[in-house]
Design a protein around this ligand. Structure first.
Ligand code: AMP
Ligand code: GLY
Length: 467
């Protein structure tokens, strides 16, 4: 497998969006190269992996993580701030001289953190999209309309509200089972229902429009079901048409082995992904990434951060299942391992709008992560279980998610997904062996992990003659 090229900038120059943001106006070179004080928002495994990567940067002065977790404090200083309390974040940023805020999770972006800081005297730069850009994740209807406007391949769809319920039922009758119903707004990853029968789909539509996900399902997107294998592609873009494609990954969403049982926040991930080869990635770049980046610029939507493309391969062709406006979790826990370059200057360049001259080198090795979770997750589970064995793990990097440190230093569980055991390998099996070994060594009462992460890709690698 060759390494993706990443020195892309749009072939057609994208003009008409001169620096709208005041952030990079009038900066001297000295200011642009000074060491950065960074505030990272979030508390999951994704943020732990981002903190791990940024902490290695010679360009970093100091890293704060708000609120962070029991592992992020190995790479920076945890601060007890809510990522949604913009006033408190602004006050903290002024007090501590924060140069850049990197937003890990979608909520502050959808709530408009970029717009809040834009144009404020002395404010930090923000790595992330404006509120208008965050609507790519915050409104599935907006995302679908955007894709249609820019000819980006995605499932056929229509959107409905309580007033158009009858039309929604008719549209369902035109489709074949299974039926895909999506709450328009954010629903903590639970807003997508896939129903096997028309009756179930009609009643789910009524319930969703009746408030099943509160305001988030006041509009429901109904779309054609696509059959294929999924992968996640991440792009860093600078709002001026410059972009870099980060390593492709595949995550494992279901709790049970063989992709069974309820959805979770993610049970593991692998990078690279055998079927996302050069030919596939070229199609992704030409048909999806370039039109997305150019579409944002052309529509005057400020977007300086990560774009997550949830893709599905249907008969060799990539189609977009969803956009997210942040990195993926647990994909970040493998993607960070596969970025050889210093990521911090790249994120800074994206936030300042000048990514196009920045190199991005990848690590050719495989990376895998296996998530150890609390017993009972994604249903109810106990917290406060003492975690042991983390010191013994030598071959894996442990990215903490639901962990916290008690006042006496004891590490305990504080969430469903507890630790992502990430590892390198010369091949898939090698990386997985390290991840599984670490997942075995970390212990707490009720621990569970999937032992089949990556096994579908092993079969694909064999079929493609890669073994
Ligand atoms: P989302 O919350 O948009 O990530 O959707 C959750 C999951 O539902 C996706 O990862 C897919 O596995 C599945 N899904 C969403 N849309 C479709 C579709 N049109 N066809 C098949 N599966 C889908
Ligand atoms: N791994 C999927 C997500 O982050 O939404």
């Amino acid at each position: 497998m060759s390494i993706q090229q990443n020195l892309n900038i749009l072939k057609t120059p994208v003009s008409n969006n001169p620096e709208k943001s005041p952030f990079n106006a009038g900066e001297t070179m000295a200011e642009q190269t000074k060491k950065l004080t960074v505030l990272l928002l979030g508390s999951g495994g994704r943020e732990c992996a981002l903190a791990w990567k940024m902490a290695q940067s010679p360009a970093l002065n100091h890293l704060y993580i708000a609120p962070g977790n029991g592992g992020t404090d190995a790479y920076g200083e945890n601060v007890d701030l809510s990522p949604l309390d913009f006033d408190a974040i602004a006050q903290f940023a002024t007090e501590k001289g924060v140069d850049m805020i990197v937003v890990g999770n979608e909520d502050p972006l959808v709530a408009g953190i970029y717009d809040y800081f834009e144009g404020r005297e002395g404010s930090p730069i923000i790595a992330g999209p404006s509120k208008a850009g965050a609507a790519l994740e915050g409104s599935k209807d907006f995302a679908k309309q955007f894709m249609v406007r820019h000819g980006i391949p995605t499932a056929r769809y229509q959107s409905f509200t309580a007033e158009t319920l009858a039309d929604g039922e008719k549209f369902l009758e035109e489709l074949k089972a299974p039926y895909v119903l999506k709450a328009d707004g954010l629903a903590a990853g639970k807003g997508v229902l896939i129903l096997d029968s028309l009756d179930e789909a009609k009643s789910a539509l009524r319930e969703m429009l009746g408030g099943m996900f509160g305001k988030s399902s006041a509009t429901v997107v109904i779309e054609e079901f696509l059959k294929g294998i999924e992968c996640s592609v991440f792009v860093l873009t600078d709002g001026n048409g410059g972009y870099r494609i980060l390593p492709v990954a595949k995550d494992y969403k279901r709790i049970g082995e063989g992709d069974t049982g309820p959805n979770t926040g993610g049970m593991g991930a692998v990078s690279p992904v055998a079927f996302a080869d050069e030919t596939f990635m070229r199609k992704v770049e030409e048909r999806i990434i370039i039109p997305t980046v150019k579409g944002l610029v052309d529509e005057g939507i400020t977007y300086r951060g990560f774009i997550f493309l949830g893709l599905i391969e249907v008969g060799g062709e990539p189609m977009v299942i969803e956009y997210n406006v942040r990195m993926g979790d647990p994909e970040t826990e493998v993607v960070m391992l596969r970025i050889a370059s210093d990521l911090l200057p790249l994120i800074e360049a994206a936030a300042r709008g000048n990514l196009s001259t920045m190199p991005l080198e990848l690590d050719a090795r495989y990376a895998t992560t296996v998530m150890v979770v609390s017993g009972g997750y994604p249903g109810s589970y106990a917290k406060g279980k003492v975690i042991e064995g983390t010191e013994e793990c030598k071959d894996a990097i442990l990215f903490h998610a639901g962990t916290k440190r008690e006042a006496d230093g004891t590490l305990v569980t504080s969430g469903g997904r507890v630790i992502a055991c990430s590892a390198y390998g010369e091949n898939l099996d090698d990386a997985l062996a390290h991840s599984f070994k670490a997942a075995g060594e970390v212990t707490f009462e009720g621990k569970y992990f999937r032992r089949d992460i990556g096994s579908d890709l092993r079969a694909i690698e064999e079929a493609l003659g890669m073994k």
